[in-house]
Ligand binder design. Sequence first.
Ligand code: 5GP
Ligand code: MG
Length: 179
Amino acid sequence: MERDIQEVLLSEEQIQARIKELGEILTEEYRDKNPIILGVLKGVAIFYADMIRQIKVPCQMDFMCISSYKGTSSTGNTNIRLDLAADIRGRHVLILEDIYDTGNSLTYLVNYLKMKEPASLKICTLLDKPEGRKPGVTLKADYVGFTIPKAFVVGYGLDYNEAYRNLPYVGILKPEVYT
Ligand code: 5GP
Ligand code: MG
């Protein structure tokens, strides 16, 4: 598995340290707000589990599964595979995402959730790839773990054809693996 990785971009230690920092900020932000913390599956699973334990306030967990990716490129066609369970009207919602790339998924998701009239809606993404953004996408993540260059990364929840999710770090996949 590891021999398919060209370079470790973010080590386990770097990721955990950043999650602690974000946790302190989010703990302040959501004190007394009983937020719904909404994970976007499946990529966020590992980040979600680590992140939510650093947000030290009462909260509710929920998940959605949306898909737009095939292989290493976004198809632009987003669809909901699993809808959220909670009623978010009047609630504070924090979306946790693995990576913000073209903006297709998050733009779709934010528009969908806004129709349900939450009290507030914020986005926390572990990774941001601003160079991947589709022209015209203006949405910004409120909290970003790391800004990364335009490379296809795997590990720490992120997959290529469902593999590599359980690597404890984020690495750049060797191009020959997917070409
Ligand atoms: P967007 O809709 O912003 O293009 O992409 C969001 C989704 O695409 C992410 O939640 C993730 O599943 C997938 N994605 C985007 N960039 C990468 C990447 O570099 N590696 C992997 N494994 N998935 C990515
Ligand atoms: Mg994803």
